[in-house]
Design a protein around this ligand. Sequence first.
Ligand SMILES: [Zn+2]
Length: 295
Amino acid sequence: MADYSLWVLEYASQTRVPSGDILYGSYAGPPRRMPYCYVVLRSKNHVAMVDVGYNNADHGRSLALSYGVEHWHDPRRVLALCGLRPEDVGTVFITHAHFDHFGNVEAFPRAHFYIAEQEIEKSIWALALPERLKFLATAIDPGDLAKGAELARQGRLTLIKQDMTDILPGIDLHIAPDTHSFASLWVELRNDRKRPSQDVWVLAGDLVYAYENLGGEGAGVGNGKPYLPIGFAIGSQTNLLLATEDMLKAVGHERRRVVPVHEARLKEVFPSRAKEAGLVISEICLADGARSRLI
Ligand SMILES: [Zn+2]
């Protein structure tokens, strides 16, 4: 009895990401293609998302250009891949305040947003530091924080201080402080509420970039290697490894159930359909009675 359909939607991509950003210490590895994605969770009566991408305007656009991100698509076109419009989205969980996750809240006019309180506080703190400490504000667009303040004024922003259970039925939020960012969130979907330990999915945000971070070459079960943390982090590698352990524990160590949105091989693990470069839908699972969006 799956309650939610889950789709990962690629809205842009970057062709040559340094391997050392993805895998800690892997400076000599070949660069990799990195898709930029957000996630849609759809039940019978609600649509939620994990992250919103960026808006390809103003400072968000300059940041994207500086990283070499290409093939950007508007959320209206991207959400159409699974038969939805931005106005249909009621809830958004923002995993962290980097521009490619928090950079387009204005495109979702009816949504209520959740993000960790510490992520917002420390992002503002980092922006106010002297230029020589600017690494701590990497990938943060001050405009996104201003838009967050406007959401708060409208009563559409909840700042969370600790893990939360059943924020929507079957959906839990977990905070991983001092990791990739100041306080990244990961989302746990218990997709069969009659059997809560079954059919669990984890949406990892940027706590995981590639399957190697989870201790494997791919998503297959068994023969795991030690976890290898992501390279790009402002926080602690210890905390990244412990968050990886928590995420994998939540899914009974079944690696394919931890979904890394920047992993180009996601399309090989789950049925997918590419419309054009930077516009791809991967179908992670379908709710009972829901129809596939791949045909
Ligand atoms: Zn990202």
